[in-house]
Design a protein around this ligand. Structure first.
Ligand code: SAM
Length: 212
């Protein structure tokens, strides 16, 4: 991995520590919402697709991988990856290879993957536009990127609770609840093909193509 900048190292270390309790911390929201949304994302993937999952975390998507889909899962946190290894062992029928890697410095050739999937990652990546540009680079010309992300709302009033939560989230896990992820996606050169609000316009599924 490239040498991480100080602010990136801080986030990486927070996730190394958070890994121990991450699944417990998110258990409620996972059961109520995230699990259903993950199923929708992964069900759209065709057999034999070559997939990159960025920021795989503790491997919460692994149970939802369709059969005969080949996935490379990357994350820059060793702690999160160790948990993902356990999830991969538990679901040994899934074809997944885990690698420690920074999404802003992907060690893959241009135009490698049919799909790139990112679930709840770009609220955290310290340098989001670089990461999104890297995703675009490794995506095949006819490939698809699917994001399941939370972001700042377009409505002022809906952002008030987010502004209140922001300092706690930043301090504890280095996540921002006010990221303008849609704007960042567009700035990276990816083109939005489809967009769906899942919970208000805060949690969204955004499907993209490589763009021109
Ligand atoms: C909120 S967690 C989401 C994990 C998982 N995708 C999920 O759906 O539960 C964000 C993940 O992104 C990873 N991450 C953040 N910045 C990264 C970077 N620059 N490169 C690779 N992984 C990164 C963190 O280590 C963490 O595992």
């Amino acid at each position: 991995m490239k040498t991480l900048e100080k602010h990136e190292l801080r986030t990486q270390r927070k996730y190394d520590r958070f890994a121990k309790v991450y699944d417990i911390f998110e258990a409620g929201i996972e059961k109520r919402f995230f699990g259903k949304w993950r199923k929708i994302v992964w069900n759209t993937l065709p057999r034999d697709a070559r997939v990159l999952e960025v920021g795989i975390g503790t491997g919460k998507n692994i149970p939802y991988y369709p059969d005969r889909v080949k996935v490379v899962g990357i994350d820059f946190s060793e702690g999160m990856l160790a948990k993902a290894e356990l999830a991969a062992k538990k679901h040994s029928d899934k074809d997944v290879k885990l690698v420690q890697m920074d999404v802003t410095n992907l060690k893959f050739e241009d135009n490698t993957f049919d799909f790139v999937i990112s679930t709840f990652v770009f609220c955290t990546v310290p340098d989001p536009i670089s990461g999104l540009k890297e995703i675009r680079r490794v995506l095949k010309p006819n490939g698809t990127v699917i994001f399941l992300e939370h972001m700042k709302s377009s409505k002022f009033l809906r952002n008030i609770p987010l502004y209140l939560m922001e300092p706690i989230m930043r301090f504890t896990v280095g996540t921002s609840v006010l990221r303008e992820t849609k704007k960042n996606i567009l700035l990276s050169g990816l083109r939005i093909r489809k967009e769906k609000n899942l919970f208000s316009d805060i949690f969204r599924m955004i499907e993209c193509t490589k763009g021109e």
